[in-house]
Design a protein around this ligand. Structure first.
Ligand SMILES: *Cc1c(COP(=O)(O)O)cnc(C)c1O
Ligand SMILES: [Zn+2]
Length: 446
């Protein structure tokens, strides 16, 4: 195998560890680790041949290369043996041409990358397939790993539970009590994970998960674990691949723990290093105003970063005050001439509903990204003629309460005034009542 990758410390740059070692941070300085690839080895194949190879594999059946993550295996995790890959055919999510919404905004070329159209309904599958595959490989090599654990705002736990169930590895998930949706909660339960809810927030769950992994030798699947970033970076590769290797001008992405924006950036930078693309997009991170530590840092030109206590937000998967990957994210944004913008509860809920009216079915986090898009267009940071791509992170069906309460005008406690609500019409079963209700409703739309 000519391709190699290893963990390397982001801080001291000196420390390196093999990918099949149980290590989450630099043993010398405590810094975050990043997966580094032997870029020289990758460069031995010309860009044109890489493109051809990646396109040949894309969405085909040859295991594991039909998965859009494993179709890029040499660039993602070359060290895993094919027989240890735990895959559910990740990636290959559709790009939605948001023609109507783009026209309404006057920007024309608007695309939504539907990462939630995935096995467990969020982009977290992309990273989890890499992490769980490596765990399977380590177990096959004789390492003692009794279980894999994570703290989660709902989507990571669903992905971990599914991949562990597929591999037959015990999973443990820590969830903040009453802060994940019913759909998110039932996923790890159904997949047989040891599922615990704790009377704290995500950051509190994270503390317990870290301690548990230290003391009990349980493998930690949080985004501190940079194997997940390798899988998630394939969304950058996939979205240009889907557009015949053309790079958009802007990519907008909702950010919580900030692993995904870091992954996206890593994907673009490595593609550029390999000659697969010749320029970089600008990046915008969208945060909920109620959980906005990166936005606050952006306002100071990233001179400071202060963790905060995140307040309640409908965008529950990004209700994170102390993001693990903030250093990675800031580094990324500096490279990509990036911006950070925030959305209030009212803005995110209405943006989500407005987009739904044009054929989408957005989760609240995608609502945050869309609200930020609207603001950047209004402020003329994003101007007409630019190709804009919004990363939709989860499937709207994972958040039915958010949707129902919006349309029933029941989100007052979040300060939401539902401007695009569509009320359910409850009528008698006789023709005249139905006809009267339909005609009245039609009239109100003219
Ligand atoms: C995890 C998640 C995010 C945030 O991604 P980070 O990597 O934590 O910034 C956004 N949206 C959804 C639906 C998620 O599950
Ligand atoms: Zn170090």
């Amino acid at each position: 195998m000519p391709y190699r990758a290893w963990f390397q410390c982001l801080h001291c740059e000196d420390e390196r560890y093999p990918l099949n070692e149980i290590v989450y941070e630099c043993r010398r300085c405590g810094g975050l680790l990043e997966v580094r690839h032997d870029m020289e080895a990758l460069a031995t194949r010309p860009a044109g041949e890489w493109r051809k190879l990646l396109d040949q594999r894309y969405m085909r059946t040859d295991f594991p290369f039909g998965s859009s993550v494993w179709g890029k295996k040499e660039m993602v995790c070359p060290e895993v043996a094919d027989e240890n890959v735990v895959s559910m055919y990740e990636g290959g999510s559709n790009l939605f041409w948001a023609e109507r919404l783009g026209r309404e905004l006057g920007i024309g070329d608007l695309w939504i990358k539907q990462c939630g159209n995935s096995h467990t309904g969020s982009f977290k599958d992309l990273g989890m397939t890499v992490l769980v595959s490596m765990v399977k490989q380590m177990i096959a090599e004789g390492k003692k790993i009794p279980a894999v654990a994570c703290a989660s705002t709902g989507d990571t736990s669903a992905a971990l539970a599914a991949y562990c169930a597929a591999a037959g590895i015990p999973a443990i998930v820590f969830l903040p009590k009453d802060k994940v949706s019913t759909s998110q909660l039932i996923q790890p339960i159904a997949n047989g994970a040891i599922t615990l809810t704790l009377p704290t927030d995500f950051d509190g769950c994270m503390k317990v998960a870290i301690e548990m992994s230290r003391r009990e030798n349980i493998y930690l699947a949080n985004s501190r674990n940079s194997l997940r970033i390798e899988g998630q970076k394939t969304v950058a590769i996939e979205l240009v691949q889907q557009d015949d290797w053309a790079v958009p001008d802007w990519v907008i992405i909702p950010g919580g723990n900030l692993g995904n924006v870091s992954a996206l950036g890593k994907g673009f930078l490595e593609m550029k290093a390999m000659g697969l693309i010749d320029r970089l997009p600008r990046l915008a991170v969208a945060q909920a105003a109620n959980a906005n530590p990166l936005y606050q840092s952006f306002l100071s030109g990233f001179a400071r970063f202060e963790p905060q206590k995140a307040r309640n937000t409908l965008a529950s998967a990004i209700q994170i005050g102390n993001p693990v990957s903030y250093e990675r994210a800031i580094r990324t944004l500096k490279r990509f001439d990036g911006v950070v913008e925030q959305a209030t509860e009212d803005e995110l809920a209405n943006a989500s509903a407005r987009a739904d009216r044009t054929g989408l079915f957005t989760c609240p986090h995608t609502g945050v990204a869309l609200a930020v898009l609207f603001k950047l267009v209004e402020r003329k940071v994003i101007v007409p003629g630019r190709k804009v791509l919004v990363i939709s992170t989860a499937h709207g069906l994972k958040f039915p309460d958010f949707k129902i309460r919006y349309h029933e005008h029941q989100l007052h406690e979040f300060g939401v005034e539902a401007r695009h609500a569509n009320r359910l019409i409850d009528v008698g079963a006789d023709y005249d009542s139905v006809r009267g209700a339909v005609l009245k409703a039609l009239e109100s739309r003219l």
